[in-house]
Design a protein around this ligand. Structure first.
Ligand code: FDA
Length: 513
């Protein structure tokens, strides 16, 4: 039988062909599954029960990208835009309520042009962080870009949601370093900073991907780094009291070190619940300077860590990005195939007041009861440049007064299933409630968490109401964006009043036009 989905795929296919776009795959095509799965990082959303797209389109030019948007709309398909596919909740390649859709995958739009003279780069949004870092770091040993650690993350998603990384205490978020952008709106207009309007240019730099249109390219400000920097990972194992003591002390150190220092905490779950089991912690460090300066400052400010000179190594920024991405060499940075795939669920929080020592010990003990080898908590230090940007300067509100961000992650095997690890993660999140930011309890939009609430759209485009806006504002809207939510709604209503670019946590327009 020929269903509505087949008609839509046929209409999309003939529209694309008439626009000269031939790189797309329909479910009947032998390349379809490989293309769809190519950048699904969270295997939860590759399971057979998850609705699949009527087509995956792989444009290779701005013109082809525009045609893909217009043809998907003409075929009455919802539009899902995918750059690196790292969405924690699979929002770049799934829809709510099985609404028929097309994935527009930007993997073929990954050119990066670095201009060392002006210390800027134009990067197509389908480029990965690894492709960007490689292009920047090989053009100059003293230029860099502040964004995340994993090399296969796409620029389309990470910059749209902020983009925090090891240079952020010195230079802010990736989104803080966007100078211009090319955005394709729902009608196919190609907009730049000058033509999209202030609210929209503000919204696309931290308001989350998938709400505004398709970002075709970003113009990025590159930042200076010394030609030699220092990196380390210092692991410590011991009784709960020792580990809790280190993490407790870190709260006063990590967010207050000079801006050249980044020092984060990684706490694995598991380790046993008996009171005398040993647990472990590791501290990841990057210092924009030589080893002797790093040692001197860290021994002075954090003597409890007992850092040994042999734990630190000098390197270039480019090699450090490869190391922190878990790659063997910087030559691997542009390789999109090296991204890991797993079943996982994440959540996030922000801490504004140090957690007392006895509470920290309780948290470390709680983590020890978590899935062995199957989860972690990461504390990312803020302060420095993160605190100097105003909380309304971009949609990302977690600025001055935020000590650190918290990421919670669990992973599991296909056979084990998600019920136990996800249940444990949710109970950990509840356990943390008294110790983290409140009213609103903050979360990071790049660590999407549908537990916070969903839009529940039932049609490809259109659909919104004052109730939908109010629901979003009271739940995930407040958590991700705080007081910036209403300006995001204004930007959305200006650029996409028909709600063409929607997903489970997209910004709803104020009225449905
Ligand atoms: P993906 O393609 O899934 O897109 C994410 C969202 O953005 C979707 O809603 C999508 O529709 C939209 N989108 C994508 N491209 C777009 C475009 N061109 N125009 C408009 N919308 C677009 N974050 C961080 O700040 N620092 C870090 O160090 C890390 N580390 C990290 C490691 C790992 C293993 C994962 C899985 C994730 C992270 N993240 C992170 C989170 C990451 O920033 C977040 O998942 C990004 O949204 C991923 O962007 P992608 O383009 O890869 O995702």
């Amino acid at each position: 039988a020929v269903g509505a989905g087949d008609d839509a795929a046929r209409n999309l296919s003939s529209c694309l062909t008439s626009h000269g776009v031939t790189t797309f795959s329909l479910p009947s095509s032998p390349t379809y599954a490989a293309l769809l799965n190519s950048s699904i990082r969270n295997l939860r959303f590759a399971l057979p029960g998850v609705g699949k797209p009527a087509a995956v389109v792989l444009p290779s030019s701005k013109h082809g990208l525009r045609a893909a948007v217009l043809c998907a709309r003409a075929a009455a398909l919802a539009v899902r835009v995918r750059s690196g596919g790292h969405s924690y909740e699979g929002l770049s390649y799934t829809t709510e309520n099985r609404v028929p859709f097309a994935v527009i995958d930007l993997a073929g739009l990954s050119r990066v042009r670095v201009d060392g003279g002006s210390a800027t780069a134009w990067a197509e949004a389908g480029a990965t962080l690894g492709e960007l870092y490689h292009a920047v770091g090989t053009s100059s040993r003293t230029l860099a870009f502040p964004a995340g650690s994993c090399s296969t993350i796409g620029l389309g998603g990470i910059v749209s949601g902020g983009g925090f990384g090891l240079l952020s205490r010195k230079h802010g978020l990736a989104a803080d370093n966007v100078l211009d952008a090319v955005l394709i709106d729902p009608s196919g207009n190609i907009l730049t900073r000058d033509t999209m309007g202030d609210d929209v240019f503000w919204a696309i730099r931290g308001g989350g991907g998938g709400s505004w249109g398709v970002v075709y390219a970003w113009k990025l400000r590159l930042v200076p780094v010394p030609d030699t920097i220092t990196v380390f990972t210092a692991s410590r194992t011991g009784p709960v009291e020792l580990v809790a003591g280190l993490v407790h002390r870190w709260q006063f150190v990590g967010p207050n070190l000079p801006d050249d220092f980044y020092l984060s905490v990684y706490l694995p779950t598991g380790g046993g619940s008996s009171p005398d089991s040993n647990v472990s912690v590791s501290f990841t460090g990057q210092v924009l300077g030589p080893k002797r300066r790093a040692m001197a400052a860290l021994r002075r400010s954090f003597p409890e860590l007992g850092l040994a000179a042999s734990e630190l190594a000098e390197t270039s920024w480019l090699d450090a990005t490869a190391q922190f991405a878990g790659l063997a060499t910087a030559a691997d940075l542009p390789d999109r195939r090296l991204g890991s795939k797993q079943y996982s669920k994440g959540k996030s929080d922000y801490v504004r007041s140090p957690i007392p020592l006895h509470t920290m010990a309780g948290i470390v003990r709680y983590l020890a009861t978590g899935p062995p080898e199957g989860g972690c908590v990461i504390l990312d230090p803020y302060g420095g440049a993160m605190a100097r940007v105003g909380s309304g300067a971009t949609p990302f509100p977690h600025r001055a007064g935020t000590l650190y961000g918290v990421q919670y992650q669990v992973y599991w095997d296909e056979d084990a299933g998600e019920a136990a690890p996800v249940g444990w993660l949710r109970s950990l999140h509840s356990f943390m409630a008294p110790h983290v930011s409140r009213a609103p309890r903050g979360a990071y939009v790049n660590y999407l968490d549908l537990d916070l609430g969903v839009n529940d759209w039932t049609v490809a485009a259109g659909g919104s109401s004052e109730a939908a806006v109010a629901r979003a504002r009271a739940s995930w809207g407040a958590a991700y964006f705080g007081d910036n939510f209403d300006r995001l709604v204004r930007a959305k209503t200006a650029v996409d009043p028909g709600n063409v670019f929607n997903n489970a946590q997209s910004i709803p327009p104020l009225v449905n036009v």
